[in-house]
Design a protein around this ligand. Structure first.
Ligand code: AHG
Ligand code: MN
Ligand code: MN
Length: 284
């Protein structure tokens, strides 16, 4: 019998979280490809404790932050997983000391995207305030533009949160979810949660609604990582006409201080995020 179980590994990554064979393989592919294109100078990966400095002779002017494989708990049960990235422009001095200047402001962010390995494989790319989707066509081995100028509905009817942690949410989050489950009038929202952020965000962008990963007792600062999960997906959602917040401020206004920094995150349809903020703004 061939062992297809790429999700199995007894090892942990730099953040003490379980890492799988596919996490490692994806990371190697990202690093090898990005560092050989002569376009990048610094690479920041979920799987590497420190930034990777590209060899001098191959250096270009872009800093790339990436989660090479998102949703690794879903590998062995064949549920959708993805990859996430953001691209920053450096001012040309390709020194590690410059890293802080580059990533300190989302103004330096020039593009972000994700790949979703689902019922089809799609790359969603956001550049210059537009969001476009490219579906892989296995017959010709190319990604074809299939969704032009993607826009998120202004309101949805789905909330997406790991409800198993409800006992440790702040009151504002409990009250918000309660308001969606037991509305004073109208229909209650549906609940959907894949557990792969890329898949949950792609559904949110297509159908509308809200994705939430608040602080919990296990993750007091939220679980999701700012540089290679939250900022790229917030940038894409905002360019599709949605909103992204920490519950206190716009997510793209957070100034990263550490490369593996985490943050609470709430993003999706603008009216749904506005609703959430009416609950959090008085208590957060
Ligand atoms: P990764 O596989 O890159 O570590 O990311 C997993 C993340 C994200 O994809 C998802 O939204 C979240 O973990 C799910 O966490 P919970 O199981 O705590 O809900
Ligand atoms: Mn991830
Ligand atoms: Mn990952």
């Amino acid at each position: 019998m061939i062992n297809f179980r790429y999700g199995i590994s007894g090892e942990t990554n730099v953040q003490g979280e379980k890492t799988t064979k596919l996490d490692k393989l994806s990371n190697e592919i990202f690093i090898n490809v990005l560092s050989s294109t002569c376009t990048t100078c610094i690479l920041i990966s979920e799987e590497n404790e420190t930034p990777i400095i590209v060899a001098k002779e191959k250096r270009g002017k872009y800093v790339v932050c990436f989660d090479p494989l998102d949703g690794s708990s879903n590998i062995d049960c064949l549920v959708s997983i993805g990859s996430i990235f953001s691209i920053y422009k450096s001012s040309g001095i390709t020194m590690e000391s410059e890293l802080k200047n580059v990533i300190r402001s989302s103004n330096n962010l020039i593009a972000a995207g994700y790949a979703l390995y689902g019922s089809a494989t799609m790359i969603v790319l956001s550049v210059e305030q537009s969001v476009n989707g490219f579906t892989y066509d296995p017959a010709i081995g190319e990604f074809m533009l299939t969704e032009q100028n993607i826009k998120i509905p202004t309101r949805g009817n789905i909330y997406s949160i790991n409800e198993g942690s409800e006992g440790t949410w702040e009151v504002a989050i409990k009250e918000y979810i309660k308001s969606k489950k037991y509305p004073a009038k109208g229909k209650s929202y549906g609940a959907r949660y894949v557990g792969s952020m890329v898949a949950d965000i792609h559904r949110t962008m297509k159908y509308g609604g809200i994705f939430l990963y608040p602080s919990t007792s296990a993750y007091p600062n939220g679980k999701l990582r700012l540089l290679y999960e939250c900022i790229p997906l917030a940038y894409i959602i905002k360019n599709a006409g949605g909103k992204a917040s920490t519950g206190k401020i716009d997510l793209l206004d957070v100034i990263p201080e550490k490369i593996h920094q985490r943050t609470p995150i709430f993003l999706g349809s603008s009216e749904d995020v506005d609703d959430l903020l009416t609950f959090t703004k008085s208590s957060f």
